[in-house]
Structures are given as C-alpha cells and as structure tokens.
Design a protein around this ligand. Structure first.
Ligand SMILES: Cc1ncc(COP(=O)(O)O)c(C=O)c1O
Length: 428
C-alpha cells in the first residue's frame, strides 16, 4: 500500500506534458512555463561564488579556505544569505524585512510546504486557493491531507465576495480558513494581475476574518511597461502576509532558491513565538538546510549587482515583451474573425507581464485534444482544466511563451490556428 491520497491529485499534469514533449520532440511547446535559457549565464557561476566567499572573508575577517569549508558544512536552517536577500527585497520590491524573519528555501515549493505544515491543523483549518492556480500548492495539500477549497478567479484576481462567502460557510461547519493563497502578479495560469483596490480589500478581509495571505510572487518583475502594483506584502500594515519570492524565473530554476518572509509572532502553548523560528523548525525536518553553495552563488549575484536584479532582468523583460507582442500579433493574424468566420468564438486576454496567456475556445479541450494537436499539428499547449481544483477551464487553454523563440511563436500560433479550425469544424 502507498499513500492513498496520491490518487486524489488526478492528472499528473507535468508528467503528461513531459511525456508528450518527449514523444513529439519536433513539436513546439507552448506548454512549459520555463524561463529562457539564453539568459541563465551559468558560465559566471564561479565568479559569483568567489565574490560571495571574498565578501564573507572580508566581513568576518576569516581566510577564504575557512569560509569555503563552512560552505561545505551543514548550515543554518533559516539560510546564510538572509541579509543580502533582505537588502534586495527592500531595494527592488519595497519590502522591509528583518533578515531573521526570512527563510531561504529550496524554491517556492519548499516554502509552500513549510508554510502549510507550520500553520495548519488538518482537523480544523482550511486553505483557500485561487481556481485555477499553480498546482504546487493544491497538489501538495492534497497528498499531505490538508483541506483545500477553491475560489474562482476572474480578470481581477481572486473573487473577493465569493471568498467571504466561503469563509462564512466554513465557519458554520466549524472550520477555520487559515491561509488564502494568491498569485497576485501575472497569475499562473491566467496571466492576470490583481488591482491595488482588490489587494487592499483582501488585506482588510484577512484582518476581519483572521487569516494569513500566502502571496506567491514568481512573476512580479516581468512587467512589460515597467508599471508595477505594490505587492500585498509591501501594502501589508497588519502583518497578514507571508511572502514567497521565487528566484527560479528571474535567475534560473536549478538554483532552487526562494525567500519566505514571515515577520509575524504567533502564540504557541501560551508563549509568543516568532513564526519564522517555527518555520525554521519545520524546515529542519524537510530539507535540513538549503544548499549553501547555491546560496553563495546567489549571494554573489546580489553583491555584484548592488542588491538589485533590475539590471540583470532588463533584457529578459524586453525579450518577454517582444514575445508577448509577437504572440498577440500572430493571434490577430491567424485567428482574425473578419477573415476566418470559424474563429469568431475564440478570444484571449492581453497580459501586461509574466509568462502566460489564456485562450477561450468554443469546444471542450481534453487530454486527447493535446495529443491530437501534438501529433497532427506539432504544437503542445496546456488545457486550462489542468489547473482547476474545482470544475472549470474546459473551454480554455493556457499558452506559455517564455521558453520559445520569437520565430517559434509565430509558427506555433499558425499551427494552433490550423488545429483550432479543424477542431471547431469537427465539433460543429
Ligand atoms: C506561481 C508559481 N510559483 C512558484 C513556482 C515555482 O517555484 P520554485 O521553482 O521556486 O519552486 C512556479 C513555477 O511554475 C509558479 O508558477
């Protein structure tokens, strides 16, 4: 027997998409939200590592060998580059955090696990997630048995009236909503952004109903026109937000680094305790500590760039904008309803940042449709239903344009249009 909860996660979304990609290697993939490898700059890895070693040796008056030996050892569960990351958060994101309130985690995925396992009582507490959302939180909660409830999103993010109703319904059933998980910037999968008035209202609701907001920011800096809405964390005056900042998309996923910011105090057995200390305790039994070598490389990147990633990301953002523009112009060209009447019921959003776009289509998009499109049209996309915890997304697809080239986007959309035309004809 294995964990019976495993079967509740239904579709192994990532596994399925990977298999399709392997089976049809020449297909263009608009399925994967991977960052573009052209910007990784991994050849500079040793430079950054050495920058960090030199900086620590100078600050702590130690020789390089001692610093390196320390990097080879077990290390602090909270992390070793907390000061550098706190400086970055303040400079680039307007978030003031005490370095001791930070945990440097093995990606956001570990931070999600730590937050849920530290805060929630499986018997009494409920986690609310946006529907659709990133499967990292939903699938983790399902396989570990934490109750998770979906609330739909629209083009303004989480539906706050429905959220309030759900909280009250749970209370009537003797359950407490402990965490509300949101991706407020360029949400995965929809690509939408939560406007500031909704952020303020969500913060107000968190105070009123006493829950934590788990804000997952993986895409916030990828704003194409440079206009950014302040994060919930930066707007939070009531210490309601636990902030998760992934560096997988801004730098590269193999660093496996994210920052968790939790400046709250909680009462534990009558004693006031810092939440970040409790989280460090949980982390100790998940990954012991985050690899120090990776932290040193990231620390070096921050030191070399004066604690800002704005310059590091400038070209990437310009490139993403070019891809978004190519995507929209290709959609306008190949799905022009004036020229192609079959395309009249197809629509899409125009994301202002991030990696994703949503396309609405007039037929049900199943797993079989993905296979047909890959096999016959050499294009892979993701059905939006893969990201729903509840019912929904049957008539939508997500396209991710971060990983492909500008030229592939135009070919990919031409192929998508051929596939859509055929499917619409078959379904009529
Ligand atoms: C919203 C969101 N959070 C987190 C992640 C991954 O984070 P990490 O690589 O830091 O675990 C992703 C990746 O797709 C994502 O879309």
């Amino acid at each position: 027997m294995v964990n019976p909860l495993l079967k509740n996660i239904g579709e192994d979304v990532m596994g399925f998409l990977n298999e399709i990609q392997l089976k049809y290697p020449t297909a263009i993939s608009l399925a994967s939200g991977r960052p573009d490898e052209h910007y990784f700059g991994l050849q500079d890895f040793p430079v950054y590592f050495n920058t960090y070693v030199d900086a620590v040796a100078a600050a702590e008056k130690k020789d390089r060998q001692t610093v390196m030996n320390n990097l080879g050892q077990y290390n602090r569960a909270k992390g070793i580059i907390n000061e550098q990351v706190a400086a970055y958060l303040e400079k680039d994101e307007g978030i003031k955090a005490n370095p001791e309130d930070l945990l440097i985690t093995v990606g956001t995925q570990e931070a999600l696990a730590i937050a849920v396992m530290t805060l929630c009582d499986k018997e009494k507490d409920v986690i609310i997630v946006e529907d659709p959302t990133y499967v990292g939180i939903t699938h983790f909660s399902i396989i570990t048995g934490y109750p998770v409830t979906p609330v739909q999103v629209n083009e303004r993010g989480l539906c706050l009236n429905t959220l309030e109703q759900k909280i009250l319904q749970h209370r009537q059933q003797g359950k407490n909503v402990k965490i509300v998980y949101v991706i407020s910037d360029y949400q995965n999968p929809t690509g939408n952004i939560m406007p500031v008035e909704n952020r303020l209202r969500l913060l107000e609701l968190a105070g009123k109903y006493d829950f934590f907001i788990l804000e997952d920011n993986a895409y916030g800096e990828f704003s194409y026109d440079g206009t950014n809405v302040l994060s919930l964390k930066a707007l939070d005056t009531g210490k309601r937000v636990i902030y998760l900042r992934s560096f997988s998309k801004t730098l590269y996923p193999s660093l496996r680094l994210a920052a968790l910011v939790a400046g709250q105090q909680v009462v534990e057995e009558g004693k006031v305790t810092s939440l970040s200390d409790l989280m460090a305790k949980t982390k100790g039994y998940i990954t012991v500590n985050t690899p120090s070598i990776n932290q040193a490389v990231f620390g070096g990147i921050l030191i070399k760039n004066n604690y800002s990633l704005k310059q590091v990301n400038r070209e990437k953002i310009a490139n993403l904008k070019e891809k978004r523009d190519q995507l929209i112009s290709s959609l306008n060209r190949f799905l022009d309803a004036g020229k192609f009447p079959w395309a009249k019921d197809i629509s899409w959003n125009i994301p202002g940042g991030g990696f994703f776009i949503t396309i609405k289509v007039p037929f049900k998009v199943t797993k079989a449709e993905v296979i047909t499109c890959a096999e016959q049209y050499h294009l892979v996309f993701t059905p939006m239903s893969f990201f729903y915890l509840g019912e929904g997304g049957d008539y939508e697809i997500r396209l991710a344009f971060s990983h492909v080239s500008v030229a592939q986007i135009s070919t990919g959309i031409e192929r998508l249009a051929m596939y859509l035309e055929n499917s619409i004809r078959i379904n009529n």
